[in-house]
Design a protein around this ligand. Structure first.
Ligand SMILES: Nc1ncnc2c1ncn2[C@@H]1O[C@H](COP(=O)(O)OP(=O)(O)OP(=O)(O)O)[C@@H](O)[C@H]1O
Length: 621
């Protein structure tokens, strides 16, 4: 039967081209990727064999490398699970990952940056084309009636046909480019295998035409070895094998637990967020082994979603070999292991924060937003997570660097609560009128501009016995005494104006009042004491969910000349409305909001600038 020809998906094609181009300076990683795949294939077979031991029998599962100088080929072969025709089409004809297109669009053409991005994406099987101008895959799935041959030059298409491979497993034949002959040299191959694949728990053998095969790696799974024997380089190269990451990890924690529970965990924090961290479809989790036997990739039950950036593995003796995803759900042993792993990761982060501030900064910039979800999700560890949070504040307005402990450490005595302000962006928050009074009083305010922050402060209502309070809510004085003027006097003086405002503004505000919150700006909007915050209502509206119509309170600075003019407008209703609209519109704009009638606002503003407001009814008309 002749082979069928198939086109690559458009995305696969451009990804291939880009990969060959940008990974060239690090081309040797192709071997790590192909050995990883071969080792995964053996792991999968071993798992199936737990139900069906005769599949393996006495055979040794291994990865073999064959370098042939006559044909210029390097072959990587395994006796693992193998692939059916369908597997081959699914796995080698497409890049079967959601978000590939989006990923391609994020590439910039800047080689250094793109190389890192593509590393994050995971190069996998296609890295073969970095060194080969043709790749032939002969494979036979353990339960398939026939073998399959796949072949491609890595350009536009590939062929697929029936093969003659008799034994189970996969053989990847790389027809090396003319200038890649170094990969036929034994010393070079051994060097690469030791560098990248020394700690895979499976022998990697160099096969020779004459002479005995030589096992070139240690073939002892890294996590089973005593910590004292393992160097940082070992941990790093194992991480690269495990995660297909291109960069060294930021930190790791390796632990063997004996007693009630029996498991070994090796958990890594990457240096960089994967491109699909926010993709809800993306599977997450660490690898699960039961007594050294690989069970599954990405066992989501072993870590909560807010720690989805953690990579690594858990090897336990406390679960049955035939454990399935269904069994993992709601399993008491799994719950206990998960609780212990969460503590491990939080300990590791505490340690980074205390002893490696630069690494912690990197961590926070990559994964801070994900960790914040833990405040909402993980009630039991809320205080521990809160301790790790970092925020921008009026004291450090440019980067998220202030911890709650640091904040409490410099909180003046007169201040009773931890103050924060949420908003769309840091730049809008920095200049918010809501901060003026607090600034004057020397009260620091945390500036929260991540989307999730509204939920964070919704769940984190208290820290170390101090309540958290929005600077845009209720009465400014609630957070401490920041009375800067004689409120009673001003209230009396403005009573008439305050009473008229809601009607003049078509009831868009619930009420109006004078406020000590403002020192420079004339007006701002605040949320009533109880009920949802203005920011949260805005988020709900934008996300298309129904939002309750809670009207804000308009606060005025009685010492501002523009507010004084409201009083002067007296019985000139049109002039009063113009001024009221301007004060309201300014307050909306200052918190980063949208005006309902921007053109009308501009018109009124121009009238005011030109001195036409409140002077003559004729001019106003
Ligand atoms: N030697 C092999 N034996 C059996 N299946 C294989 C082999 N090599 C690749 N595959 C199959 O092809 C798929 C795609 O491989 P590829 O290296 O492109 O990505 P991956 O390993 O799934 O992804 P990642 O690199 O993110 O782990 C694998 O998941 C596996 O199902």
């Amino acid at each position: 039967m002749t082979a069928e020809r198939h086109e690559f998906q458009a995305e696969t094609r451009s990804l291939l081209r880009l990969m060959i181009h940008s990974m060239y300076s690090n081309k040797e990683i192709f071997l790590r990727e192909l050995i990883s795949n071969a080792s995964d294939a053996c792991d999968k077979l071993r798992f199936i064999a737990t139900q069906n031991p005769e599949l393996i029998g006495d055979a040794e599962l291994a990865v073999e490398l064959v370098a042939d100088k006559f044909t210029n080929t390097l072959t990587i072969r395994d006796n693992g699970i193998g692939m059916s025709r369908e597997d081959v089409v699914d796995n080698l004809g497409t890049i079967a990952r959601s978000g590939t297109k989006k990923f391609m669009e994020s590439l910039s053409g800047d080689q250094a940056r793109d190389t890192q991005l593509i590393g994050q994406f995971g190069v996998g099987f296609y890295s073969a084309f970095i060194v080969a101008d043709k790749v032939t895959v002969n494979t036979r799935r353990y339960d398939a009636a026939e073998a399959v041959v796949w072949e491609s030059t890595g350009e536009g298409d590939y062929t697929i046909g029936v093969g003659d491979k008799a034994a189970r497993g996969t053989e990847v034949v790389l027809h090396l480019r003319d200038d890649e002959k170094e990969f036929l040299e034994e010393p070079r191959l051994s060097e690469i295998v030791r560098k990248y694949s020394d700690h895979i728990g499976l022998p990697i053998k160099l096969i020779r035409k004459e002479g005995e095969p030589e096992t070139i790696n240690q073939a002892r799974a890294l996590w089973t070895r005593p910590k004292s024997e393992i160097s940082d380089e070992d941990y790093t190269s194992f991480y690269e094998h495990l995660s297909h990451d291109y960069e060294a990890p930021l930190a790791w924690t390796h632990q063997k637990v004996e007693g009630n529970l029996e498991y070994t965990s090796l958990l890594y924090i990457p240096k960089r967020a994967p491109f699909d961290m926010w993709d809800r479809e993306q599977q997450r989790g660490v690898k699960l082994y039961v007594k050294r036997v690989f069970i599954m990739d990405r066992a989501a039950e072993l870590l909560p979603p807010y720690l989805r950036f953690v990579r690594g593995l858990v090897d336990t003796a406390d679960l049955p070999l035939n454990v399935s995803r269904e069994i993992l759900q709601g399993n008491r042993t799994v719950d206990k292991i998960r609780a212990a792993l969460v503590k491990r990761v939080l300990d590791l982060l505490d340690d980074l924060a205390a002893n490696k501030p630069d690494d912690f900064k990197t961590f926070w910039s990559q994964f801070g937003k994900v960790l914040k979800e833990g405040i909402v999700e993980d009630h039991a560890n809320r205080d521990r997570i809160a301790k790790l949070l970092r925020f921008a504040s009026t004291t450090a307005p440019d980067t998220a660097s202030v911890s709650l402990d640091e904040y409490l450490g410099r909180m003046p005595e007169a201040q009773e609560k931890i103050l924060y302000l949420t908003g769309e962006s840091l730049s809008a928050l920095r200049n918010s009128p809501h901060l003026e009074g607090f600034r004057k009083a020397g009260f620091e305010v945390l500036l929260l501009s991540d989307r999730i922050d509204e939920w964070v402060v919704g769940h984190l209502t208290e820290y170390q016995g101090k309540k958290l309070e929005s600077a845009a809510r209720g009465d400014a004085a609630a957070a401490g005494k920041i009375e800067t003027f004689d409120k009673a006097k001003h209230e009396l003086e403005f009573k008439d104006v305050l009473d008229r405002l809601p009607k003049a503004l078509n009831e868009r505000v619930a009420s109006a009042r004078v406020s000590a919150r403002l020192t420079e700006s004339p007006s701002c909007l605040v949320a009533p004491e109880h009920g949802l915050s203005r920011q949260l209502i805005e988020i709900l509206k934008q996300s298309g969910e129904g939002a309750p119509d809670i009207k804000p309170i308009l606060e005025l600075n009685p010492e501002h000349p523009l507010v004084g003019r409201l009083k002067d407008a007296g019985s000139d209703e049109a002039a009063f409305v113009d001024l009221a609209e301007i004060l309201y519109g300014q307050a909306v704009l200052a918190e980063g909001g949208q005006l309902e009638d921007p053109a009308g606002f501009v018109k009124r503003l121009n009238k005011l600038i030109l001195g036409q407001t409140g002077t003559s009814k004729i001019l106003l008309g």
